[in-house]
Design a protein around this ligand. Structure first.
Ligand code: C6P
Length: 419
């Protein structure tokens, strides 16, 4: 499968059979409005391979029981399956200890957990929380809530006109009042990949812990939290081909051990009485109540799937694909690309002279092309570029150059209708 000017992915240095990959995702066989589905809304949520769908289905048909509670066979089996995924996640992000992996609902919950548990202890009146200007609201609003609660200030770390972090301004932004830095690994609105290891080193030189939002990184690039050196790393299962309702918070054991519980309830205690309650060790301390058992178990095969495709092959393929998208979308008359970062994965955002992003999205939908139009829960990014919204095409390992051609034909169609 190749488009003019784009070498066939199948003949890349590393082998990549996109047709075989597409065959693993049943939903991609669908038609929408009578046209083949072209799913380019992967940053919102990615589609699921059969191995993930089957694992969740198998759980409910054959294994369903609560975990860490029952003495019966089913509960033991579900517990083993659930705990095995923790080890798989640890290996996937190269954390040092299974206890550093906390299952949560998603990136949003992970960051709120850090803000309300770690943040309440680390940030006080008059302190500053530094937050990059390219954050999704999930890595901004929890810090604003914390700042209101403790009397701190949220300070923006600016981005450049290319949509990259302004590293000089960032270095200058740290002061002895800075108690925390929150930054995304990959921007969901621009696709920018931030140099996390370098940023972490800068922050740590000022004694500032770093919380990284990895939601848009994990489906596209290998993540090694040990090499990055970050203190916390958050991501969602559903953007990396796993189920919704499950996400991961990685935290350095030393920090997690010193943090109070985020929520109280079953499963997170050592002992409970009216005289006083003591809490379970990490990670259980942070997993109150019945967790998303089926979803955690479904995350396991999503990780296996990514590992089987292999990040080397995946990155080589996606790099060409996104490069082709930038070139083709950027050459449509009346298109302005929003964000031109040097390091980019997964996302191309743009506006058109002819029509509002919502109208562009509606026309594309009629052609079977699913994109997102809006502010992408990143309003400060929109403000920076002086637009209320963008059209965002976001890519995954199963997208093809032909799908980009269909998108581009749709953009010409928009120009014909509105131009
Ligand atoms: N971005 C998008 O269309 P949750 O909803 O908790 O799984 O993920 C939140 C989140 C956090 N950080 C980043 C960088 C994100 O992209 C997202 C989710 C989706 O861009 C839905 S708004």
């Amino acid at each position: 499968m190749s488009a003019p000017g784009l070498p066939s992915p199948g003949v890349n240095a590393v082998s990549y059979d996109v047709d075989a990959i597409r065959a693993d995702f049943p939903i991609l066989e669908q038609t929408v409005h009578g046209r083949p589905l072209v799913y380019l809304d992967n940053a919102a949520t990615a589609q699921k391979p059969r191995v993930v769908i089957d694992a969740v289905d198998r759980f409910f048909r054959q294994q369903n029981a609560n975990i860490h509670r029952g003495v019966h066979a089913l509960s033991a089996e579900a517990t083993v399956a659930y705990d095995a995924v923790r080890a798989k996640v640890r290996a996937f992000i190269n954390a040092q200890d299974d206890r550093e992996i906390i299952f949560v609902r998603g990136t949003t919950e992970a960051i709120n957990l850090v803000a309300q548990s770690f943040g309440r202890g680390a940030v006080g009146r008059g302190d500053e929380i530094l937050v990059s200007e390219m954050e999704h609201h999930s890595n901004l609003v929890p810090w604003q809530l914390l700042a209101e609660q403790v009397g701190a200030v949220v300070k923006p770390a600016p981005i450049t006109s290319e949509g990259e972090l302004d590293l000089d301004a960032l270095r200058a932004a740290f002061s002895d009042r800075t108690k925390l830095f929150a930054v995304t690994h990959v921007s969901n609105a621009l696709g920018t990949v931030n140099p996390i290891a370098e940023i972490v080193a800068t922050a740590h030189a000022s004694g500032v812990p770093v919380v990284v939002d990895g939601a848009q990184a994990v489906p596209h690039i290998p993540v090694d939290v040990t090499a990055l050196g970050c203190d916390f790393y958050a991501f969602s299962g559903h953007k990396m081909f796993g189920p919704t309702g499950v996400g991961v918070l990685y935290g350095r054991a030393e920090l997690l051990e010193a943090m109070p519980p985020y929520q109280g309830g079953g499963g997170m205690i050592a002992s409970v009485s009216f005289e006083g309650t003591t809490y379970a060790p990490i990670p259980t301390r942070f997993e109150a109540g019945t967790p998303a058992i089926a979803e955690v178990i479904g995350l396991g095969p999503a990780i296996d799937y990514l590992n089987e495709v292999g990040f080397e092959a995946l990155m080589a393929y996606e790099d060409e694909l996104v490069g082709y998208a930038v070139e083709q979308i950027g050459s449509v008359p009346g298109v302005r690309l929003i964000g031109t970062p040097e390091e980019r994965v997964g996302v191309v955002s743009f506006v058109m002279d002819a029509a509002h992003p919502h109208d562009v999205g509606t026309v594309l939908d009629q052609d079977g092309v699913a994109v997102r139009a809006g502010h992408h829960c990143s309003q400060p990014v929109m403000d920076h570029f002086g637009v209320p919204a963008t059209v965002r095409a976001s890519f995954a390992l199963y997208n093809t150059p032909e799908e980009i051609d269909t998108l581009v034909a749709g953009l010409h169609h928009v120009n014909e209708i509105f131009g």
